[in-house]
Write a protein that binds this ligand. Sequence first.
Ligand SMILES: *[C@@H]1O[C@H](CO)[C@@H](O)[C@H](O)[C@H]1NC(C)=O
Ligand SMILES: *[C@@H]1O[C@H](CO)[C@@H](O)[C@H](O)[C@H]1NC(C)=O
Ligand SMILES: *[C@@H]1O[C@H](CO)[C@@H](O)[C@H](O)[C@H]1NC(C)=O
Ligand SMILES: *[C@@H]1O[C@H](CO)[C@@H](O)[C@H](O)[C@H]1NC(C)=O
Ligand SMILES: *[C@@H]1O[C@H](CO)[C@@H](O)[C@H](O)[C@H]1NC(C)=O
Ligand SMILES: *[C@@H]1O[C@H](CO)[C@@H](O)[C@H](O)[C@H]1NC(C)=O
Ligand SMILES: *[C@@H]1O[C@H](CO)[C@@H](O)[C@H](O)[C@H]1NC(C)=O
Length: 407
Amino acid sequence: MCFKNSVFGGCLMLIAFACWFNAKCGEAFGTFGFDIHHRYSDTVKEYLNLDGLPEKGTVDYYTAMAHRDQLLHDRRLAASTKPVLTFYSSVGNETYYISNLAYLHYAYLSVGTPSLEFFVALDTSKDLFWLPCDCTTCARKFLTQVIIQRILIDIFYDILFSELKKPAFPIYSPSNSTTSKPLPCNSTKCGPTRGCSTMYNACSYEISYGATSSTCILVDDVLHLGTNVTPQDVVDVPVTFGCGQNLTGNFLDVAGINGVFGLGMDNISIPSVLANKGLVANSFSLCFGSSSSVGRIEFGDKGSPLQKKTPFNLQQSKPTYNITVTQIAVDNNVTDLVFAANFDSSVSYSFFADPAYSFIVNNVLWIWCLDEDVEPPRLLFFVVARARDLRAFECLMYALLDACVLA
Ligand SMILES: *[C@@H]1O[C@H](CO)[C@@H](O)[C@H](O)[C@H]1NC(C)=O
Ligand SMILES: *[C@@H]1O[C@H](CO)[C@@H](O)[C@H](O)[C@H]1NC(C)=O
Ligand SMILES: *[C@@H]1O[C@H](CO)[C@@H](O)[C@H](O)[C@H]1NC(C)=O
Ligand SMILES: *[C@@H]1O[C@H](CO)[C@@H](O)[C@H](O)[C@H]1NC(C)=O
Ligand SMILES: *[C@@H]1O[C@H](CO)[C@@H](O)[C@H](O)[C@H]1NC(C)=O
Ligand SMILES: *[C@@H]1O[C@H](CO)[C@@H](O)[C@H](O)[C@H]1NC(C)=O
Ligand SMILES: *[C@@H]1O[C@H](CO)[C@@H](O)[C@H](O)[C@H]1NC(C)=O
């Protein structure tokens, strides 16, 4: 089922689905709320009118999208008192879904003095933010690092060409930023779970996902954020992050090669830092883009009062974005199944245990795309379609290549 063995730690699958979620936290454990809107949910349809949405790319389509943005924006203004913050960079605050970097979500952010712009993976499963730092083996460009399939080159040649012309990714260097200092081992931010590097006389950290890891010391520097109005007001926030000198596994070429931005609940995560400093409300929204659209992240977004909520299952020792699912619907087929699931943006596929797994696979169609020029035939990718989407997928697949198998 997987055509690559791991992303950060798991395997890959080509299912792009966009959803919108908002993590909303109160002052104490137990008051977290959570809201998820799948793009086909009634709430999103209310904004988007997806079924009756004008054809993508037309003026009417963008008018409808702009109207939806205004609706969301107005509701958010009504709901929040503090302004929300977002990433600040020369490229904009958008988040991107990058298939060449393990199908994860990425954003540009800027750090240090003078500031450098990094292209980081967004990871709800970890708390720490780290950047490649004074390293020699780490990646500077991503397209040269991955195997690009011939078919993709043929189709997206123009996109690839413009990507290749982009400047190399920067590497962070504490000695090149006037605002950078190592985090002392006796700092309260160093915490009981971290070590102390005598070589650097600084607090050390280790982030690992199986054979993929980032280790070295923690440093303090300035993260440049901005308000979400245009032009943005810059908000400089002192933060602590990992200076990743020692990178292994996928961090060298496959995923999160220019740093990872931890969005977990621990105090060291940037959303927690922003809330603890009183800069924004203790919540954030992450709107996933797809291969054809961009997403966004907003710190302090409290969502709309109309949103429905579900609590997080919080384990005091290691709080995660863990929710209880009570029902699954595939089209009109609804079943009551109760199980707990984690939201983890470091994995590019969803997985379910039985009986949820069987219910879902029995209600969708699978399209496998094989490269039959090689022996044995090699799986290029596969897609999953809801029954009523089949015709569109079928047409697309056969147009792309004549090697698709319906299962
Ligand atoms: C730090 O700055 C020096 C001088 O400008 C430059 O040569 C070096 O490449 C920089 N280091 C990093 C890691 O960017
Ligand atoms: C940490 O140690 C340094 C010197 O080693 C000392 O000046 C500083 O006050 C200490 N900080 C804390 C928070 O203990
Ligand atoms: C942030 O990103 C959104 C989505 O692309 C865009 O509409 C908005 O204008 C951006 N805001 C700023 C301040 O750049
Ligand atoms: C880098 O990390 C790997 C895995 O954690 C470790 O085996 C190796 O010793 C580290 N190298 C250095 C120079 O710290
Ligand atoms: C997190 O920060 C808050 C506010 O600074 C503090 O009250 C709390 O004890 C911290 N929690 C941990 C686990 O360090
Ligand atoms: C999610 O929370 C439930 C209930 O607290 C727990 O049993 C389960 O192990 C958690 N799952 C993960 C993946 O953390
Ligand atoms: C609903 O899903 C179940 C479990 O896969 C299946 O047995 C049943 O036929 C489905 N019902 C409809 C109406 O598709």
